[in-house]
Design a protein around this ligand. Sequence first.
Ligand SMILES: Cc1ncc(C[n+]2csc(CCOP(=O)(O)OP(=O)(O)O)c2C)c(N)n1
Ligand code: SF4
Length: 340
Amino acid sequence: MSAPKLPETLTAKDYASDQDVRWCPGCGDYAILKGVLKTLADLQVPREKTVFISGIGCAARFPYYVSTYGFHTIHGRAPTIATGAKLANPELDIWVVSGDGDALSIGGNHMLHILRRNPNMQILLFNNQIYGLTKGQYSPTSKVGTRSPSTPRGSVDSPVSAAQFALGANARFVARAIDTDQKHLPETLKRAHTHDGASFVEIFQNCIVYNDGVFSAFTERAHAADTQIHVEHGKPLIFGADRDKGLRLVPGTLDVEVVTIGDNGFTEKDVMFHDETNHWLAALLAAMEPPNFPVAVGVLYCDPATPYEANFPQNTPLGGSVTSNDDLNGMLRSGHTWTV
Ligand SMILES: Cc1ncc(C[n+]2csc(CCOP(=O)(O)OP(=O)(O)O)c2C)c(N)n1
Ligand code: SF4
C-alpha cells in the first residue's frame, strides 16, 4: 500500500495528527498547538526531519498531536534526549516541549545544561505556574501564597522566573509569548526557528482547571496594551493603549522606570531602545512584573554563538575520531583503568 500523496504546500491541518486531543476544554495548550501548527506551515518544515520531544505533563502530550516524528520521554529529560538526538543526527529539526514543573523542577538540571550547551533546536516552556497533569500541585514558578493540594495554606517558596533562569544559564535566545496571542506567538516561534542554537521560548499558558486566570493581570484583552510591552530590536520601549508610556533608565542607576510621555517633561527621547544583544537589558526586561511594570514579551535576548553539535567532535576526549564502526567495548577498556 502506498502512502497518501501530500500536497506540495502543506497547510496547518497537514501538520496536525489524527489523534484526539485530550486536554481539558479551554486549556491554553490548544491555542499553543494552533500557533505551532501555523508556524510549521508558515515555515513549510519537512515533516520527516522534524521531531517534537517532550517530558511528562499535560504539555508533554504535544508530540501526539503533531504529524511529525515525536518522542514522549520521561519526566524532565526531554532536553537530554533532544541533545542526544541532535548529536546523533544534526539534520533533525528538534522542538522540545515542556511544562514549568517538568522543565524547572525535576528537569531543572537538564534544562540548565541544554541551554548552556546550545544545541540548535527550539525549546518551548509552557508556563501555567502549576502542575496540571498531577491535579494542581504548586510548581517552581507558582507565586508565593498559591493554594494547592500540596500547599493548602499557601506556598512559601520563592518562585523561579523561567526567562531569568534561561538568561542565567547562558541561553543565547530567550523569548516570551502568550498562548492566546495568535499573531505574536507564531511570529516569535518563527524567530526562534531561525536562530542557530538553542532558542528558549516561555509561553504563558492558562490552565483553566487548576490555575485559571493566573496571568490575567497582563493577558486580559481589555488592559493588555497597558500591561504588556512587545519588545522589538531597535525599536523604542514604548507601550500603552495610547502609546504614551515608555521605559527609561533612571540616570546614575541600573534601574528602569515607567514614564508617561508628555508628563513631567518626558519625551520620546527619554525612552530606551531595545537591543536584543544586550544581556543586561534582557535581564532587566525579564525581571519586570505587574503591577509596577508591564510584562515584556517578544525576543528579549538574541546573541548567537556556535551551536553545540558544530563543536562537538573536537570537544570530545576522543578528538573527533569516533565513528559508528568504533568498538565501544574496546574504548571503555582502553587507556588508564584500575581495579577496585
Ligand atoms: C519521576 C516522576 N515524578 C513525578 C511524576 C508525576 N508527575 C507527572 S506530570 C507532573 C507535573 C507536570 O507539571 P508541568 O510540568 O508543570 O506540566 P503541565 O501538566 O502543567 O503541563 C508530575 C509531578 C512522574 N510522572 N514522574
Ligand atoms: S489540567 Fe490544566 S494544563 Fe492540564 S489539560 Fe487541563 S487545563 Fe490544560
